[in-house]
Ligand binder design. Structure first.
Ligand code: CA2
Length: 150
């Protein structure tokens, strides 16, 4: 079984740590990637970390992951609430999918309460700040090492 994990980030997350720190905190996306690389290293996972403002690029990475990956951690950002196309792509992926949101979307505007991606995700983390990514990777590693515990 492969130990390649894709961590995918949607639109505007390239601005993390640079705008709206009261909502998304002070860590940049580079900091998040560094955290993820540390956890991946601890668990023998190979990380493919990406961000895009374009829906089709996220879909292309999900298609790539279908061929090689044992899991996807995805923060689809605003596409969470709009993208049937990303849901359709994730539905073609057979291994574990964990959805991450930095903010607690359920405490925010009504339009953030619905997630297309949650219809596919095996787990959802929201409101734990950028730590949610590392926690999602630990969960993936746990499932890989102890699949019966799922
Ligand atoms: O809480 C999350 O992680 C979100 O996925 C972030 C999205 C938002 O549309 C979702 O409802 C919840 C927004 C990402 C925008 O990221 C920014 C970061 C810093 C400054 C501005 C935007």
């Amino acid at each position: 079984m492969s130990r390649i994990v894709y961590v995918l980030n949607g639109p505007n997350l390239n601005l993390l740590g640079k705008r709206q720190p009261h909502i998304y905190g002070h860590e940049t996306l580079a900091d998040v990637e560094a955290d993820c690389r540390k956890v991946a290293g601890e668990h023998g996972l190979e990380l493919r970390f990406h961000q895009s403002n374009r829906e089709y690029e996220i879909i292309d990475w999900i298609h790539e992951a279908r061929e090689v990956a044992c899991g996807i951690v995805i923060n689809p950002a605003a596409f969470t609430h709009t993208s049937v196309a990303i849901l359709d792509a994730l539905n073609t992926f057979e291994a574990t999918v964990i959805e991450v949101h930095i903010s607690n979307v359920h405490k925010r505007e009504d339009f953030r309460h619905h997630s297309y991606v949650s219809l596919r995700a095996d787990g959802v983390i929201a409101g734990l700040g950028t730590q949610g990514y590392a926690l999602a990777l630990r969960r993936l590693a746990h499932l890989l090492d102890k699949p019966a515990a799922k």
